[in-house]
Design a protein around this ligand. Structure first.
Ligand code: CA
Length: 480
């Protein structure tokens, strides 16, 4: 979609009040008005407890419909409320991407006895101790749902490993023993083999599991009339399964069915290897760019802005990169905390929203705020979203030619009257740069739209002009 913008519509500290779906429904028109074209909704199924964010999956078929785990609704509301929110988003031409958490399950209904070996948490290929019988929380009957939508019942042999064995009184990772049981291939190599992340690790090598998960994925997308998915924890799921899963989804929902995966690594080569392994069937979040933005925000003027896009996904695979500044995992207090500092957020968002490449994703916390406190960034985000919608068209000229002041221009196109812009970022002193916005703009008067400058700039006959930025700030110049 031309100049699409995704919004991640949750943050980690939302209250457990069951109102998110209703608020999303009421917000749909506003989201459309500010230029949001797709919404990533949080995990919509029953977790092990009502207050969970949705990654501690109990029953993937319970979308806030059945009385299970002491609640009908999830943290975010009921299935009916979610369906109403999705209908409202679609009425406003906003696509819906479902958070899809397949790697792990917890909150089992009963224990089972099976054979398992403890493994070294730092090297899961290293077994420590002989196989022994353990009692683990691996049995699922879903008593509140019964057989509705699926009669699949989960048992120990549907998992590769578990940390849900408590009889020894310690937390440990167990590799479940049995015919064909092993950690999956085609997962990240950290810790020897990174198949296991947490809870009961779903065994995608088990044919019944693979078939059931594909069936569920199609059911999930069709039931909620979804336009795409955000795939959680891809480092920990066999890549061959993900390729098959996307085939099944696109057979059912059409080849335009969208997918973006979370493969959390700051190393671009990890992402490249993954994309090759799944035949480029999914986009990936640009974690390397996130880490660049994080470092730049930490280091201030010592960070060389000329390297801001070097070895990022958006630089190497621009059509497969979802660019973002922060998310629920990077925000303060979360598992992968690496929150971009506040002073740099306007610069970071200006870059991802105004440059030609990448599919930008705005974080709920940055737009609406976290823990109920209003975000200081909403005003600038509204300005930048408006600029993306009306100005950020045409070719791009890059000016990443100074350690502390970098910029780019968009030349505009004929389809969008008055489009074209000049962007400058500074992490040091006040800066200025002669930049080319295209001869089509010769003689025009341009002004700065973030409120940094009152003065105006006249574009020369050659399409060039001298643009300015204040130290540590962003400046966006457009036709007046
Ligand atoms: Ca796994």
């Amino acid at each position: 979609m031309k100049n699409g913008v995704m919004m991640q519509y949750f943050e980690w500290n939302l209250p457990n009040d069951g109102t998110l779906w209703t608020r999303l429904k009421e917000d749909a028109k506003h989201l459309h008005d500010i230029g949001v074209t797709s919404v990533w909704v949080p995990p919509a199924y029953k977790a092990d407890e009502q207050q969970d964010e949705g990654y501690a999956v109990y029953d993937l078929y319970d979308l806030g419909e059945f009385d299970q785990k002491g609640t009908v609704r999830t943290k975010y509301g009921t299935r009916g409320e979610l369906e109403e929110a999705i209908a409202a988003l679609h009425e406003n031409k906003i696509s819906v991407y479902l958070d899809t958490v397949m790697n792990q399950k917890t909150g089992a209904d009963y224990t089972e006895k099976f054979m398992a070996c403890e493994v070294d948490p730092e090297n899961r290929e290293q077994v420590i101790g002989p196989p022994k019988q353990v009692e683990g929380w691996t049995g699922y009957t879903f008593p509140g749902r019964g057989d509705k939508y699926s009669d699949f019942k989960w048992h120990w042999y549907h998992f590769t490993g578990t940390d849900q064995v408590y009889e020894t009184g310690k937390r440990a990772i167990y590799l479940i023993q049995g015919e064909g049981k092993k950690w999956s291939e085609g997962v990240d190599g950290e810790n020897g083999n990174y198949d296991f992340l947490i809870f009961n690790d779903v065994d995608f090598d088990h044919p019944d599991v693979a078939a059931e998960m594909k069936r569920w994925g199609v059911w999930f997308a069709e039931t909620l009339d979804a336009d795409g998915m955000r795939l959680d924890a891809l480092k920990h799921i066999e890549n061959k399964f993900i390729g098959d899963f996307m085939h099944a989804l696109r057979d059912a929902r059409g080849k335009e069915f969208y997918a973006v995966g979370e493969y959390w690594s700051g190393d671009f080569t990890d992402l490249e290897a993954y994309l090759d392994a799944v035949d480029h069937s999914v986009d990936l979040f640009d974690a390397p760019l996130h880490y660049k933005l994080f470092q730049a925000s930490q280091q201030g003027r010592d960070f060389d802005l000329q390297t801001l896009l070097a070895d990022t996904l958006v630089e190497k695979y621009p059509t497969l990169a979802v660019t973002f500044v922060d998310n629920h995992d990077s925000q303060r207090g979360s598992s992968l905390e690496s929150q971009v500092k506040a002073w740099f957020k306007p610069l970071a968002y200006a870059l991802i929203l105004l440059m030609k490449e990448g599919y930008p994703c705005i974080f709920y916390g940055d737009y609406y705020g976290v823990k109920g406190e209003l975000s200081p960034h909403r005003v600038i985000l509204d300005i930048l979203l408006d600029a993306r919608r009306s100005r950020a068209f045409g070719e791009q000229n890059d000016y990443f030619d100074h350690p502390n002041t970098v910029g780019l221009t968009r030349t505009g196109d004929q389809e969008h009257p008055d489009s074209g812009l000049a962007l400058l970022l500074s992490n040091g002193d006040d800066g200025e740069k002669v930049m080319d916005v295209g001869e089509a703009h010769a003689g025009e008067t341009w002004h700065e739209i973030t409120g940094s400058f009152d003065e105006e700039v006249k574009i020369g006959d050659d399409g060039k002009a001298l643009f300015k930025v204040h130290g540590g700030k962003v400046a966006v110049w457009t036709k007046k």
